[in-house]
Design a binder for this molecule. Structure first.
Ligand SMILES: NC(=O)c1ccc[n+]([C@@H]2O[C@H](COP(=O)([O-])OP(=O)(O)OC[C@H]3O[C@@H](n4cnc5c(N)ncnc54)[C@H](OP(=O)(O)O)[C@@H]3O)[C@@H](O)[C@H]2O)c1
Length: 303
């Protein structure tokens, strides 16, 4: 069966990715999910809540869940796990309907301290499990990320973290934890956006069957005034944020744009009614730059 000229099929190519049709009460929603190597699935588009104060997290999470999001990304260091838990409760959704991620902060690295850190996060989130627990940074100078990873393996076996992964890990860190424990993280959450595309690390992830999640997917808002992004947005009658989010989705990336603004939260989720064409993709791909990193470099970070 061919695809009509000018149209690309809405089924993506990655074996990791499946299109899931799910019935939720009376509403049928058509949502993309990525399947992990452990068999579990993550909604491909979620809400990020970094730099969101605790009280604001309540309303942002509630607005997102009311708009159809089913995935929220927080971290112990964001100081808003309690607000995220409250927002989830206020939404009226069952805990099982929402994919919740939190992260181990660097100061808590080490086997026993990691076990305690997740307990503290669960208490604040008012839940007895997270869907995904991540080591936030390798923080390699501390020399504890392998012990922390062993603790995550334990937490998964206890059901307190359904899936386990990492964030800001480079290839050498990934190989070290896999080599020493035999357990491969399901996902690596890294800085990734059209100006910093991390192609080499993404290829390594594909080889290892690790899903890639993009943090600062909008370049912390900086990409939204880029002339190329503006031109593609104008061509499709979409907003710059929608174009950038679409670029992540079509690259099989899991994407967690942050907004505390209700209208933007809705806008960022309304991205399933258009597709980028080859010319859009090649223009956006051309923005990649070795100098495009906005956040800290995991190889040199000392926190
Ligand atoms: N693992 C890590 O080390 C790490 C590091 C950084 C981030 N993260 C995760 O990734 C998430 C996203 O990254 P991020 O927060 O750095 O930045 P981002 O999502 O790239 O950009 C967020 C910024 O863009 C603005 N924005 C969002 N939607 C918009 C729209 N439709 N139109 C115009 N402006 C819009 C937001 O403003 P308003 O909020 O004012 O609307 C905010 O200023 C974080 O929240 C966090 O969950 C993880």
């Amino acid at each position: 069966m061919g695809t009509p000229p000018g149209k690309t099929p809405l089924i993506f190519r990655s074996p990791l990715e499946v299109l899931v049709l799910r019935v939720e009460g009376e509403r049928m929603s058509n949502r993309l999910e990525i399947q992990f190597h452990d068999g579990r699935c993550i909604p491909q588009l979620g809400l990020g809540v970094w730099q969101t104060p605790n009280e604001t997290a309540v309303t942002a999470v509630q607005a997102a869940l009311q708009s159809g999001y089913r995935h929220v990304d927080t971290a112990a260091i964001y100081g808003n796990e309690a607000g995220v838990g409250e927002g989830l409760k206020a939404s009226g959704l069952a805990r099982s309907q929402v994919f919740l991620t939190t992260k181990l902060w660097n100061d808590d690295q080490g086997f026993d301290s990691t076990l305690r850190a997740l307990e503290a996060s669960l208490k604040k989130l008012a839940t007895d499990y997270v869907d995904l627990y991540l080591i936030h940074w390798p923080s390699a100078h501390r020399g504890r990320y392998v012990d922390s990873w062993r603790a995550l393996v334990r937490l998964q076996s206890e059901g307190k973290a359904r899936s386990i992964g990492v964030s800001n890990f480079e290839s050498e860190h990934l190989h070290r934890i896999i080599g020493e424990t035999g357990v491969t993280p399901v996902l690596n959450q890294i800085e990734l956006h059209p100006r910093f595309q991390q192609r080499a690390l993404r290829q390594e992830h594909a080889r290892l069957k690790i899903a890639t999640q993009s943090w600062s997917p909008l370049g912390q808002g900086q990409l939204l005034t880029d002339p190329i992004v503006l031109a593609v947005a104008a061509k499709h009658g979409k907003t710059p944020a929608q174009v950038v989010i679409r670029w992540h989705l079509e690259n099989q990336l899991i994407v967690i744009p942050k907004s505390v603004t209700p209208s933007r939260i809705v806008e960022n989720f309304a991205v399933q009614d258009f597709q980028l064409d080859e010319s859009d993709r090649s223009q956006l791909d051309s923005l990649d730059s070795a100098e495009g990193r906005i956040g800290p470099n995991p190889a040199t970070a000392t926190f």
